[in-house]
Ligand binder design. Sequence first.
Ligand SMILES: [Zn+2]
Length: 294
Amino acid sequence: MRRVSDSQALTRQVLGICLLLVIWGCATVPYTGRTQVLMVSQDQELRLGYQAFEQIKHRSRLARDPRMQEAVQRVGQRLAQAAGRPDFRWEFVVIEDPSPNAFCLPGGKVGVYSGLFRYLKNDADLATVISHEAAHVLARHAGERISHQMLAQMGGTGLNLALAGMGASPGAGQLAMLGYGLGTQVGLLLPYSRQQEFEADRIGLILMAKAGYDPALGVEFWKRFAQAKGDRARLPAFISTHPADADRIRNLETGLAEARRYYTAPTEVRDYAALAAPTPWQGHRNLAQPAAGR
Ligand SMILES: [Zn+2]
C-alpha cells in the first residue's frame, strides 16, 4: 500500500515538473538546435543584464588607451550586427584591469579588460573572444544556469510547494518570484557548464565568420591560449574557466567546417602591434575581482 502511494506521489511529482516546464517553457538554441529548459523570461534576463552592467561600470574605470576602446567598438559593432539581435542594447567597453578577461551580459553588454590586449595580436583575436562571450548570451546560457538552479531548489519541500501551486497560476507565480529572487543573486555569477562552453565555442566561430573574420584564426587563438598554461597561476578567471584542453580544441576544429560556410565577406583585420607593447599603467588593479568574468 505504502509502496503504491510512494509511486503515485512520484508520478505526481514528475507530472508536476513537466507541467512547470510547460508553464515556463523550453527554447531552442540558435545554430545548434539544442533544446533547453528556461524558467526565466527573456525580459527578466535582459533586466538582470542591464542592471549588472550598470553596477560594473559604476565601480570600474574605463581603460585610458583610446585605441583599445576604438578597437572594441569597431569589432564589437560588426559582431553585434552579425548576431542579428537588434532588440539587444549592445554596448562595448574596455575596463582598466590587468586580468586577461572579458564578459558579455544578457542584452549584449560586453566588457573587455585592458589586460586581455596583451594576448591579442589583431582584430580577429578580439573578435574570437567577444564572439565567444556573445554566443553565451545568444544561447541564453545564464538563464539556463538560473533555471537549473531553480529546479534544484524545487527538490524536496520546494517540489511540494510547486505541486501545491500547480492548479492555480497565482501559486506558480509566487514560485516564479522565489526562483527569480534566487536568480538575481547568483544567476549571473554561476560558471557555465562544459557543454555550454563547447556550444559557445561553436556559435562563436559562426558569429565571427558572419562578421567577416576568418574562423580558422579563432581556432588558432584558442590553441595559443592553451599554450599559455605556464602562465595560468596569473590568469584568474578567463583561462581557468576556459581550459583549452584537447577536447575543446577538437570541438573547435569540428565546428570550423560549419563556421566556414558563413565566412563569405572578409573584412579588414587591423594589427595591434602597438597595443601589445608594455604600457605604463599595466600592473594597476582597479577592481577587487573580475566580477562576471567567464
Ligand atoms: Zn565561455
